[in-house]
Design a protein around this ligand. Sequence first.
Ligand code: SAH
Ligand code: SF4
Length: 380
Amino acid sequence: MSLPQYTELLGLSLQQLTEIVEGLAEAPYRARQLFDGLYRQRWSALDRFTTLSQSLRLRLSQSGFAVGLPRIEKKFVSTDGTVRYLLAFSDGQSVETVWMPEGDGGEAGDGSESGDEELEGLGAEPTRSWQRATICVSSQVGCAVECAFCMTALLGLHRNLSAGEIVSQILTVLADQQVEMQRDRVNLVFMGQGEPFLNYDNFMQAVRLLVDGVGIPESRMTVSTSGIVPRITDFGAEPVRPKLAVSLNAPNEALRMQVMPITKKWTIEKLIVALRDFPLRNRERLTFEYVLLGGVNDDVQHAREMVDLIRGLRAKVNLIALNPGPEIPFAMPSDDRVLAFQRVLTRAGIPAFVRRPRGRDIYAACGQLKHTTELVQLET
Ligand code: SAH
Ligand code: SF4
């Protein structure tokens, strides 16, 4: 007897679930119950769907359907509270997802809308050491974009993640951290492994499910791209979308070409044109990320070029000192140079923030997601 081919329910829209339910000759409202059970209640297996009749649950599983959550393969805990999860999917591929309690380190006071909000009614739980948290989500297994400073680039691209696999990372971490959506404040950043805009349709489907199903407002989500220009334009036209961050990392074509070879395909010039056309919402700002590589792109002259480049855009800049790693041929910038760089930007009227690295000791910080397993003790 051959095993049934599981069809994962996570990732399916209400419309798709309706088709399944109707195919089983059930009333369409069952699809809404299925949708709520998957995303709102976060039930991890079909036998927990107590809103459905036993016979429907049985027929769903007999038809080969399953919820489809990943397995927590490993879990590393940093001294700063950051947790790096290695999550394995049914085909054996795995990705990393990072939990950062108290925000992702750069939000408090960095002028972002989410960072400016009051922590209304939160923190009432005496046992809880965090009042809000950020989950850093992967969009692909590995990455095809060959940024010279990034450890994920060394993996190459293994495959895209499905919408369900993107959503399931968040559901797994929410369950493991015992988050209650009504009580706790959770932000999402799509800044883990992969280039979200090279897996655009699945990424956007995941966003819609997270908003409509899980109940995380789009205003609490930020996606970061290395600058896939046509997708930036598509993204601007989406009725529901996260905030946009762009990894700039160099202020001129020649230097960016060296550290981000993708610049050959989409030049800074094209990128800035697309960003000038990008329809920002009320009070929304673009974010530019800039990884400072010691002695390479961290001179005050580079900061001045950056000012000229982004002048007139409603934007802020997040400066990230290089997170070092094996096989990364760059050095960290000195604190003095980081501060001097920041000063040039802020004096020119551009809000600029230095991001505190999170979870460096467990290889959970930006650009360090490379399935590194040979360190620190395992928690699970
Ligand atoms: N692929 C997307 C999103 C994931 S990378 C992108 O590149 O935007 C998230 C951020 O980490 C990017 O801004 C990237 O420039 C930064 N990053 C990559 N490697 C880094 C490293 N070694 N140290 C610090 N930041 C790094
Ligand atoms: Fe990919 Fe982003 Fe890393 Fe570049 S920085 S290799 S786009 S994950």
